[in-house]
Design a protein around this ligand. Sequence first.
Ligand code: URP
Ligand code: ZN
Ligand code: ZN
Ligand code: ZN
Length: 468
Amino acid sequence: MSRIVIRGGLVVTAAEEVHADVLVEGGRVAALASHDSDPARGWTASADRVIDATGKYVIPGGVDVHTHMELPFGGTHASDTFETGTRAAAWGGTTTIVDFAVQSVGESLRAGLDGWHAKADAQCAIDYGFHMILSDVNEDTLKEMDILVEEGVTSFKLFMAYPGVFYSDDGRILRAMQRGADNGGLIMMHAENGIAIDVLVEQALAAGRTDPRYHGEVRHALLEAEATHRAIRLAQVAGSPLYVVHVSAQQAVEQIALARDEGLNVFGETCPQYLFLSTDNLAEPDFEGAKYVCSTPLRPKEHQAVLWRALRTNDLQVVSTDHCPFCFVGQKELGRGDFSKIPNGLPGVENRMDLLHQAVVDGQISRRRWIEIACATPARMFGLYPRKGTIAPGADADIVIYDPGAEQVVSAATHHMNVDYSAYEGKRLRGKARTVMSRGTVVVDQDRYLGRAGHGRYQTRETCQYLV
Ligand code: URP
Ligand code: ZN
Ligand code: ZN
Ligand code: ZN
């Protein structure tokens, strides 16, 4: 059994910051002890490897609970495979993803889930789990939900958007929520009024408003807020908790905050694109705005401050990426002359930990809150804690040695995601993952990639560990 000591760093978890040495044995955290205390000196003497973390943070590997590797969308597929996407995640200090397996209309949940296992098996560089997208709620699939929860697929995404593809009406949503209330499955909601949006899309196109920026206009903030409100009240009636994904609008945050003030188990996630980008990007000329088309859409800059505040006050609990990359050439370009044909989604799985660290540098969030929203809470929300999301005896040794002083400039020329642009091109960030460990195996060391496809293990999950 290999023994690794990480020596001299500042261990930062959601709960505390301590100058401690960390002993890793057999892929798990065995113990923490004060730096250079008697026990720590003993470990160093007998270790197979000592990693010097002086001047660095020792943090849990990132847990990104919203990715879409290889997602079929709009006649094409997200450009990262499980192999390329998880490798890029590792480079960026993320050591667990939870991706969305898709049940297509007319298909069983089992068939959809099997399909996702087939894509991911033996491909992943880091550990991974699955949520299930429910596109077809019926008697059979409701029964299958129970089985999936038993097997460790404990969360289900429903869509109030995308009529004819993923969309569920309120009756189907209510039924899935009732089932979730019963079997412990957490309902995740894409909250946008897709029926109304489709009318506005048709009207915009008929009026010749075809540029990418109109994607943001037709997907109105009030239609996000309305759907968020409706999802909250349906969940309340069903007696089920609710997790609202990719929240971007101030008015939607207000609905979540109101529900939380009422004591409901309502949670919200936002993503780096909503915190750092805006409708200014969607309006970039020469069709460049297409690079920023995702749903929910980017909002005017004023919404960013509200999202940051909500992250501080815990009205929003999680930042995940919604990583769903499409190349500009050949994929985003499908929507030239018709914004509704631009495949929806942004790359970001490699950038999340660093962008959020920049927010620590800028004073938006504290260091511990960074780890809480990016590692600990996502792990608790989706039943992976304390195996993932913290550094404590017994936890998987998914550990990042993070250099808070490193400087980097984000660029598609140097990133590892399989996509031909960066949404954050040219952005200067302070901080970078230096050594990344997945279950005690070093997968990134300085500027070298040491991981391999197939190292990542499928994770069965407990039900939500975050309920009040
Ligand atoms: O634009 C996005 N978010 N694409 C991925 C699918 C989804 O709705 O999460
Ligand atoms: Zn396909
Ligand atoms: Zn969505
Ligand atoms: Zn998504």
